[in-house]
Design a protein around this ligand. Sequence first.
Ligand SMILES: [Zn+2]
Ligand SMILES: [Zn+2]
Length: 376
Amino acid sequence: MNHAHDHDHRHGQQPEVLTKTSRPRKQEQEDASTEITEVAPGVLRSQLPISMPGLGHVNCYLLEDERGLAVVDPGLPGEESWVALVDRLGRAGHRVEDVHTIVVTHSHPDHYGGAARLRYETDADIVTHETSRTIWDTADLDDEEDSETLEINSVEDQAAAFERYFSRPNPWGGERSGPSPEFLERMRTAAETTGGTFAIPAPNAPLSDGQTIKLARREWTAIHTPGHTYDHLCLFDPEHGVVLTGDHVLPSITPHISGMTPQADPLAEFFASLHRMEGLEHVSIALPAHGHPFEDLAGRARDIIEHHEDRLDIVRGAWEQLPNGTVNDFMRVLFRERSWGDMAESETYAHLEHLRELGEMTRNDVDGVARYAPVG
Ligand SMILES: [Zn+2]
Ligand SMILES: [Zn+2]
C-alpha cells in the first residue's frame, strides 16, 4: 500500500516529498526522457522506459560511425520499448536500418530484451562477452546431446522454461516465488514481433577480455567484469577515457549481486572487477546503463566496495545472535522488510559464501537448508 499517496488524499495539498515514507528519488529511477544528449563525440545517450524495482529507464547509448550505428543495451522486449527505441533513433537522426551492431553488456532482460527484435529487423551483429548466457541457454539444458535434433521451442514452451528456471530451488535450500504473471505475459506478446521467439538470438560477435572493437570511430577494449552477472562486459576507450559501465558501476545505486551463479564466490569476483575500474587511467566519463553519466569512476567503484564491506561487517556483527542462521535469517538483518524476497536472499547468500571462502564462517546443510556459523 502506498502510504504517501494515501496521505495526499486526506490532506490534499501535502506534497509527497514531505511524507515520512517516501525517500528521495534516485537518478536511476527517473522516467525515460526522450532527450538525446551527446556525452562524447559520436556517443549519444538515449533512454528507454523500463519499470523494474528501483529503475525507471535504461540508457541505450548510440555509437555513430561511417557505417551507421551501434546501440548498447536496447532495452526490454515488447512494443512499448520498441516504439521508444525507434523514436530515439529518429530523434538522433537515424533509422532502424542504420543499426549494424548491438552491444549487450550483460544477460538481464532490460539490457538484452530488445536485441531479438532489433536483430530480426536489421540482421545486426550482437556483441557480448564470450561467456554471455541468457536463461534460454541454461533452462533448456536437458539431457539431449545432439542439438540438431532439437526443435525450436514454441513460445509456450519458452514461457514454461522461463518459469521453471526462476522457480528452481536455491542453492541454499529456500523457495523462490518465480516470475510474475505480468512479466511472462510481456514476454509472450513480445514474441509476436520477432517471428515467434523471445529468446535472444545467439550472440555472434563474442568478445574476450582485452579484445578490441571499433565503434563510434573509437577503439574500445573489452573488460570482463563478473559480479553483477558473470557475463558482464564493460568497454573502455583508453584514448579518450570513455567507459561504458553497464550495470557494473551505477552512479547512485549499488548493483544487485546474485548468489544464483555457478561461481563459488561472486562477491569476490565483483570486488576484483571493481578494482579493475579503479585501475583504469585517465577516465574522463563513465557511461552507466542507468542514471546519469559521471566522472569519478574510481571513487564510485570504491564506494560500492565499501558498501559491501559494510554489509559483511553487519553479518559479522549479527552472527553471535544468529547461531546456525539460515540465509533468510541473515537477510532479515541485512535488508529492510520491504526488500525481503528472492533478490535479497540471493545477495545475502553471496555475502555469506564470501565469508565462508574467507574462512570466517562454516556452512552446514540441515535437511537441505544451508546454515551458517562463525568459525571458532
Ligand atoms: Zn543488470
Ligand atoms: Zn540494468
